[in-house]
Design a protein around this ligand. Structure first.
Ligand code: S3P
Length: 169
């Protein structure tokens, strides 16, 4: 069972289900939940696409690092954004964190299908499938490098994934 206070940081590519699974774990265990993208939007008073469009990706990444850094004392479940892994300083925070880092690992096909049904990702609009695949290949080892555990997501419901993650403890 989840020991208290146990903090979980969920990492993985866009569309891996970090937010849905994180909310499900929090619901089942009456834990606090925070989504870094939502926190960025709250602080900026803009949606993620608006931040990308008006301030640019670099400004978004700076906000993301700030929120990640501020969450170092947070107790509960944290869903990160897929790109959090790209900055070395973010990887250093994730590696040094006493929280357990879980990599939600899917496959490219199911991820793209999910993203297309959801919309709202500026990087999805900008990139071709080939570029998207390159991004996937770039990030996969980076997620692995910070993860305490990797959980396969393909074909599993959020409830099942939440149960699998809890069973790790
Ligand atoms: C991004 C992933 C998004 C969001 C932003 C950039 C990325 O979060 O932070 O659109 O670079 O992969 P999700 O992983 O929750 O989609």
């Amino acid at each position: 069972m989840l020991t208290t206070p146990e903090t979980l940081l969920l990492v993985g590519f866009m569309g891996a289900g970090k937010t849905t699974v994180g909310q499900e774990i929090a619901r089942q265990h009456q834990a606090r939940f925070i989504d870094i993208d939502s926190e960025i939007e709250r602080r900026a008073g803009q949606t993620i696409p608006e931040i990308f469009a008006t301030q640019g990706e670099a400004a978004f990444r700076a906000l993301e690092t700030q929120v990640l850094d501020d969450l170092q004392t947070f107790n509960g479940i944290v869903a990160t954004g897929g790109g959090v892994i790209e900055r070395p300083e973010n990887r250093a925070i994730l590696k040094a964190s006493p929280a357990t880092v879980i990599y939600l690992h899917g496959n490219l096909e199911s991820t793209i299908n999910r993203l297309l049904s959801e919309g709202q990702r500026p990087l999805l609009q900008e990139k071709s499938t080939a570029e998207f695949f390159q991004l996937w290949q770039l990030r996969d080892p980076l997620y692995q490098s910070v993860a305490d555990f990797t959980v396969e997501t393909v074909g599993k419901t959020p409830e099942r994934l939440a149960a699998e993650i809890i069973a790790l403890f």
